[in-house]
Design a protein around this ligand. Structure first.
Ligand SMILES: *Cc1c(COP(=O)(O)O)cnc(C)c1O
Length: 360
């Protein structure tokens, strides 16, 4: 079996231990004589899997009891519309921080439903920086504030949680969830597509404070209404059962590895050494203001972009794959989520130094 170090931004690597276990349980799940994929979502075996996955996520993230955890479909992008439908029923106004590609998309969708007030905007800086802590002024009458704690494409990450007072804070954590401990009680809603740091594509996690449920607009489709989904234990219709099961295996794996405290330490170390390698060599460059550099997505440019293709080809031959940057940014991007072993980052750094020596 040859596994490569896959630096894809998503769908991304999964822990080999998790894939192996899924393989072992694929055809006959724990003596049931069937695959998890073949189970009724309302049968006792799957309900057990679903409940265990939620319990483990609650434990991992230390989610308070007054929050519901939903296991939905449609990706983070579906939530871009669900958020204003569920929360934008008061003043009909919402504050958004515009800090990158995904904020742009969230704002575009929200504008269909609410008055969007952009309270911070780093587009003029090409999304290479973030507002400093305390710098952003929020509207007291907004129904909610939305931001993207980690922007997957530009590689910027908030090192703080914005203080929005009594206005519920909504966070698109698609590319940073489970990367370090966070205080869930500071948020009204946390949501994330699974395919970066949780499990396979097809599953979307929504963590929502209970007092925010049941306030949706009258014309909200049932599938997008968090209260409907919460009442149905995320089984208003057939949920993405296999992806839910796989996410459960990942949660179990992370707990066994020491939880998010331990993940945070490893992720910080992985990111620091990669940025040090970039900063320490004139051949490479990362455009992000150091205080706001992402632990998860590390874009970097070669001094001579005519070498990009050679870099990717040579890296690929060494089992370092999907390093191409997003088409809107160019250059390279190494996504180093939880499942990227530290040895993968070390191998990348070794390759980068060697490549620079030969071509610099
Ligand atoms: C990948 C990503 C999305 C889009 O997720 P889908 O699940 O494909 O809709 C949204 N926000 C962020 C921050 C992402 O990284």
């Amino acid at each position: 079996m040859a596994r490569v170090y896959n630096f894809s931004a998503g769908p991304a690597m999964l822990p080999t231990e998790v894939l192996t276990r899924a393989r072992d349980e694929m055809v006959d799940y724990q003596g049931t004589g069937m695959s998890v994929m073949e189970m009724s979502h309302r049968g006792k075996h799957f309900v057990g899997i679903a409940e265990q996955a939620e319990a483990n996520l609650r434990k991992l993230m230390n989610i308070p009891d007054n929050y519901k955890v939903l296991f939905l479909q449609g990706g983070a992008s579906t939530q871009f519309g669900a958020i204003p439908l569920n929360l934008g029923n008061g003043s009909g106004k919402a504050d958004y921080l515009n800090t990158g590609h995904w904020s742009v998309k969230a704002i575009k969708e929200a504008k269909r439903f609410v008055d969007v007030n952009v309270v911070a905007d780093t587009k003029p800086e090409n999304f290479t920086t973030l507002p400093a802590e305390g710098e952003t002024t929020f509207s007291p009458d907004a129904d909610y504030v939305h931001y993207t704690p980690n922007e997957t494409i530009a590689g910027v990450e908030f090192p703080y949680i914005p203080d929005t007072g009594d206005v519920p804070l909504v966070a698109d954590m698609s590319s940073t969830i489970l990367s370090r401990p966070i205080d869930v009680s500071k948020f009204g809603v946390i949501y994330a597509g699974a395919q970066k740091n949780i499990g396979p594509a097809g599953l979307t996690i929504v963590i929502v404070r209970e007092d925010l449920l049941g306030k949706s607009r009258e014309n909200t489709p049932a599938m997008l209404d968090w209260a409907t989904q919460a009442e149905a234990d995320s089984m208003y219709n057939t949920p993405p059962t296999y992806a839910w099961y796989m996410a459960g295996l990942v949660f179990e794996h992370l707990l066994a590895k020491g939880g998010l405290e331990e993940m945070g330490k490893i992720n910080e170390r992985k990111a620091e050494k990669l940025y040090a390698a970039i900063d320490g060599n004139d051949f490479y460059r990362n455009p992000v203001e150091p205080a706001y550099r992402s632990w998860m997505n590390v874009p970097f440019m070669l001094a001579d972009d005519s070498l990009d293709k050679t870099f990717l080809e040579e890296a690929g031959r060494q089992g370092l794959v999907t390093l191409n940057g997003h088409r809107s940014v160019g250059g390279m991007r190494a996504s180093i989520y939880n499942a990227m072993p530290e040895a993968g980052v070390d191998a990348l750094i070794h390759f980068m130094n060697d490549f620079a020596k030969r071509h610099g």
